[in-house]
Write a protein that binds this ligand. Structure first.
Ligand SMILES: *Cc1c(COP(=O)(O)O)cnc(C)c1O
Length: 359
């Protein structure tokens, strides 16, 4: 059986060695040594200004919206994981969808200005599959209309754009360290920002608003990462380059073996050092996708329709149709991609796809 993804786990001894300190100090959460160490290592590894580790990748989106979107209208993408839209609604903001670019699959920045009203407070866009949004253009639009910019960078650990970490863009960027992501801590996530006073607000927000044992600066929630999660992150971070390198090899093989007849793949934005976190392919028709999926399933290969459906069709939002996102979401399939996949398997999957599309 070949699944779409398989969680990478380090040798168990490496995890055991790291968690020893938890027993030695009897300290398992509330920002212990391991969370602090993980944050330091991430900062150094990625070359970023500030990071706060969190319990998952959804809470930091909620915190960012709470601090920056203030119950207003939030311009967002319909082509993302459901968490992006759900966080907006959960925080009592109103999602206003803007369709995506047909090749990059990120929010179409040329359509953002038409969606701005006097209630718009923020833009929340996703670097889908680690492919950066047009961050420089979005920054200009936001400055002109006095809007805040939040990036759901859940897929983007290790991605650089224009020579620096993608997490350095926007007022706040967020990431997920869920077990299905390229870098993970089981469950987990992080939020990033360059502004010291905003960073301080984020810090208080993720720990109930505590500024001392009996003092609170304001409203907060519990978004803290535990020491066990941090230990998993610490045991995987040294493998990051190797994980990206292996995926690059596999993606290169897919590109070589697939015939791209009635099929295309993702266009990565120029000036990007990509992390190869997913390998989505786009069929000419949904019927082709379903035929290929059935064929692969019969051979014990399980790709995933991701993202499907387009988020403007969720039953708890109101939105006009997003034609491009709707069309892409019906025709896009993520092929298996993970550390222990081998080139023979990529060959087999590619051959099956080529054959199915030919008949
Ligand atoms: C995984 C993911 C999230 C949510 O992250 P969790 O850690 O599962 O809470 C949010 N947005 C996108 C685009 C994701 O892929």
């Amino acid at each position: 059986m070949i699944p779409v993804t398989k969680t990478f786990l380090p040798p168990i001894e490496e995890y055991q060695k790291i968690i020893k300190v938890i027993w030695e100090k009897n300290w398992i959460t509330n920002r212990g040594d391991l969370v602090n160490k993980l944050e330091d290592q991430i900062k150094t590894k990625l070359g970023i200004w500030g990071v706060i580790a969190t319990a998952n990748g959804t809470l930091p989106i909620q915190i960012a919206l709470k601090l920056l979107a203030r119950n207003g209208e939030v311009i967002t993408t319909p082509f993302s994981y459901v968490a992006t839209t759900a966080a907006i609604v959960w925080e009592n903001c109103t999602p206003v969808f803007v369709d995506i670019h047909p090749e990059y699959l990120t929010i179409d920045e040329t359509k953002i200005e038409a969606a701005i009203t006097n209630k718009t407070t923020a833009i929340l866009a996703t670097h889908v599959y680690g492919n950066p949004c047009n961050v420089l253009e979005i920054e200009k639009i936001a400055a002109k209309h006095n809007l805040k910019v939040i990036y759901d960078a859940a897929h983007s650990f290790g991605v650089n754009y224009n020579g620096q970490s993608i997490f350095n863009y926007g007022d706040i960027s967020t990431c997920s360290f869920h077990a299905t992501k390229i870098f993970h801590s089981g469950e987990g996530g992080a939020m990033f920002c360059k502004d010291f006073s905003l960073g301080l607000k984020m810090f208080y927000s993720h720990n109930f608003g505590h500024s001392g044992e009996e003092d609170f600066v304001g409203l907060g929630i519990n978004a803290k990462m535990s020491e066990l999660q941090a230990a998993m992150g610490l045991s995987i971070l040294p493998y990051l380059d190797q994980l990206i390198e292996k995926r690059k090899k596999l993606v290169t093989a897919y590109k070589e073996y697939l015939l791209f007849d009635h099929l295309r793949d993702l266009q990565i934005r120029e000036a990007t050092e990509w992390n190869y976190s997913y390998y989505p392919v786009i069929f000419d028709t949904e019927e082709d996708l379903l035929r290929v999926k059935t064929k692969l399933n019969a051979e014990e290969v399980f790709p995933r329709r991701y993202f499907y459906p387009s988020l403007e069709s969720l039953n708890y939002v109101k939105s006009p149709a997003m034609e491009i996102s709707h069309s892409i979401s019906r025709r896009i399939l993520c092929l298996p991609l993970f550390e222990s996949l081998d080139l023979e398997e990529v060959r087999k999957i590619s051959d099956l796809i080529n054959l199915t599309l030919k008949t």
